[in-house]
Ligand binder design. Structure first.
Ligand code: GLN
Length: 446
């Protein structure tokens, strides 16, 4: 009730939620209360209220992907993560706002309304999981789930001063996550601190036969990594991440954090990852290509919105023209072009080769160090509207997060100081299935 009260008080300003499920939440909480009164043992997340990004399917509850095309879509099934959380009696307060189909970095591409950063309502919360991050930062949820295809958990966590973890690709089931770019998408927690992140990870991780890319490996107890001992931990700073346009204050904050880690016994070295500069271009070819294919299913026939036409082609055209936003259309066109015959080898295949080179940079780096440390984003949160007319400037916010998705490795963003009153995020990147190590490194700062 306290958190619901908080949503009532601040969500008119923050606008983190698309759909609220207060009544269901209260009933869930009451059921947990009865269990406790009966003396039953309950899980660590029982009765703790959180939010799901609105691209995670919830049975009987609208799942819009912040798109007009799915404005009325009510899934007939739960995503695996939603099922797992329900089995632990977690309480769901609602569905969080996002950039339409997770395409964007500011939540301004939502087909409904933008979300505001609780630290300064005139700035963006980041994106695409901006609603999830803003909800946690504003106390409108104790935990939230986001999805991260190119930074969409970590960058909004950084902008909102909270903790965001993108697990190893395949660690958390994507079943029931509406696909944007399937080879990059991954669900993960956004929380106030690293401890909560470990608790949520314990619940949502694990093999799922319904996701063909799910990793069949046991799930460790991530709370065992909540220890303050980093003696001998080898940390690497990839010099290529300190790009032109990087805020000096952000760079200072990261260097200070590294000094602290070294003072606590970590071993530090600067390393080189020479293909970093090509990662952004490769991503903005691969992700739109996959998106153009994934979004072909929204044709006015099986899902959501339909505009009637003279014939079926006319109906497709009218439906998709009316209900997709500008950024989604831009990516469908870009992706369709890149995949079309005659251009496939020059663009899509080339981008896949670059992806392999980027991944090899990580393989080589992890022969030398246990974790990599970088800023999460080059700057702190920017003003609403500042980059909406300049897609390239918006894409540049993703330079530090995108290589991680291309490689499939895990990374966490934690708060690391402030610049002009706005939170700075630090990214700690780990080896494949190295979640325990990045949680341990991150916990040092808790
Ligand atoms: N900002 C990136 C994009 O627009 C990342 C989005 C994401 O991770 N879903 O594609």
């Amino acid at each position: 009730k306290a958190v619901l009260g908080r949503v009532d008080a601040v969500d008119k300003d923050v606008q983190a939620y698309i759909t609220r499920t207060s009544e269901i939440a209260l009933a869930q909480a009451q059921a947990v209360d009865s269990k406790i009164k009966r003396g039953e043992k309950v899980s660590v997340l029982a009765g703790i209220p959180g939010a799901l990004k609105d691209n995670i399917c919830t049975k009987g509850i609208k799942t819009t992907c912040a798109s007009k095309i799915l404005a009325t879509f009510v899934p007939p099934y739960d995503a695996t993560v939603a099922e797992k959380l329900a089995a632990e009696d977690a309480v769901i307060l609602g569905k969080a706002n996002m950039d339409e189909f997770a395409m964007g970095g500011s939540t301004e591409n939502s087909g409904f309304f933008p979300t505001h950063n609780p630290w300064n309502l005139e700035t963006v919360p980041g994106g695409s999981s901006g609603g999830s991050a803003a909800a946690v930062a504003a106390g409108e949820a104790i935990w939230a789930l986001g999805s991260d295809t190119g930074g969409s958990i970590r960058q909004p966590a950084a902008y909102c001063g909270v903790v965001g973890l993108k697990p190893t690709y395949g660690r958390v089931s994507r079943y029931g996550l509406v696909a944007y770019a399937s080879s990059l998408d991954q669900i993960g927690p956004i929380t106030r601190d690293v401890t909560d992140s470990a608790h949520v990870m314990n619940i949502i991780s694990g093999y799922d036969a319904k996701d063909s890319t799910s990793i069949n490996a046991g799930v460790p107890d991530y709370t065992k990594s909540l220890v303050t001992n980093i003696k001998g931990l080898k940390i690497g700073l990839p010099k290529e991440y300190f790009v032109a346009g990087m805020d000096a204050e952000v760079e200072r904050a990261i260097n200070k954090a590294i000094e602290q880690l070294v003072a606590l016994g970590a071993e530090y070295k600067e390393i080189s990852m020479p293909h970093t500069e090509y990662a952004l271009s490769a991503y903005y070819m691969i992700a739109p290509a996959e998106a153009s294919s994934n979004l072909a299913r929204y044709d006015g026939v099986s899902f959501g919105h339909r505009v009637e036409g003279n014939d079926i082609i006319d109906m497709y055209k009218k439906t998709r023209s009316e209900a997709f936003g500008a950024e989604v259309k831009r990516r469908i066109m870009l992706g369709t072009y890149a995949l079309s015959s005659g251009y496939y080898d020059a663009y899509y295949l080339k981008a896949l080769k670059v992806r392999t080179l980027v991944k090899q940079d990580f393989d080589k780096a992890f022969e030398q160090v246990d974790v990599l440390i970088t800023p999460t984003a080059p700057t702190t949160a920017f003003k609403l509207g500042e980059k909406t007319n300049d897609p390239l400037a918006m894409y540049l916010q993703d330079v530090c997060t995108i290589p991680v998705n291309l490689s499939g490795v895990p990374a966490i963003s934690i708060p690391c100081g402030f610049a002009a009153g706005m939170p700075i995020g630090m990214q700690i990147i780990g080896k494949p299935l190295g979640e325990e190590t990045i949680i341990r490194a991150a916990y040092t700062f808790e």
